[in-house]
Design a protein around this ligand. Structure first.
Ligand SMILES: Cc1cc2nc3c(=O)[nH]c(=O)nc-3n(C[C@H](O)[C@H](O)[C@H](O)COP(=O)(O)O)c2cc1C
Length: 192
């Protein structure tokens, strides 16, 4: 078995609810990104990390969490060279599940790039902007470009009238975002 030495990117699914829309953008961007030869992608689903609400004695910036699931989450993050967040917008921000997961780690995020695929009424833009601020506190490098799945495609895909892969502007914006992301992934890999 050969092990790839390409940078490893986690596509983080931030919604954990039943019947979530999140699987559609996650699958679409995974397929599109996997056509690239410069990075390897894997889906990292917050459903697989059933984290309790953060109540650790110490901030993760000052020590390893005690909770076993949190340790598994930190270990997964430590393997990754960048994070591509699939961003649901809940009450104009990110999901509680994602905020909780961000609170559980620190150094595992540091000096790694972050990119975003948002969806919702305004393409998840309000949630993505808030997430950008959080990634700065985690010492990540958020990309300027993001993918925003706006109301019209969001509804069309939700109703099963179209697939995301059939929507040209989304493919174009995903490739622009991935090109910028790749630059940061390679630059920060070398610098780390
Ligand atoms: C608790 C909650 C709050 C929401 N708030 C917003 C919002 O502020 N802006 C928005 O565009 N959509 C909002 N929505 C609609 C979501 O964009 C839509 O339900 C989407 O499918 C959620 O992603 P998910 O299905 O992957 O969980 C909200 C949905 C929920 C469940």
């Amino acid at each position: 078995m050969t092990t790839s030495n390409k940078p490893k990117i986690g596509i983080v699914i931030s919604s954990i609810r039943a019947h979530r829309f999140a699987d559609k953008p996650a699958q679409w961007i995974h397929e599109l990104a996997s056509k690239r030869t410069d990075m390897d992608f894997e889906v990292v689903d917050l459903r697989d990390f059933d984290l309790p609400l953060f109540a650790e004695a110490k901030s993760p910036s000052r020590g390893t969490p005690e909770n076993e699931v949190a340790r598994r989450w930190s270990a997964k993050l430590a393997e990754l060279d960048g994070l591509l967040f699939i961003v649901a917008e809940y009450n104009r921000s990110i999901t509680g599940a994602l905020k909780n997961a961000l609170d559980y780690a620190y150094k595992e995020f540091n000096r790694k790039p972050a990119a975003f695929v948002g969806y919702g009424g305004v393409g998840g833009a309000r949630a993505v902007e808030q997430l950008r601020l959080m990634t700065v506190e985690l010492q990540m490098a958020p990309t300027r470009n993001a993918v925003h799945i706006n109301m019209e495609p969001f509804m069309a895909v939700m109703k099963g009238e179209k697939t995301l892969a059939e929507i040209d502007y989304l493919n174009a914006s995903a490739n622009t975002m991935l090109d910028e992301f790749a630059w940061w992934v390679h630059a920060l890999n070398a610098a780390r």
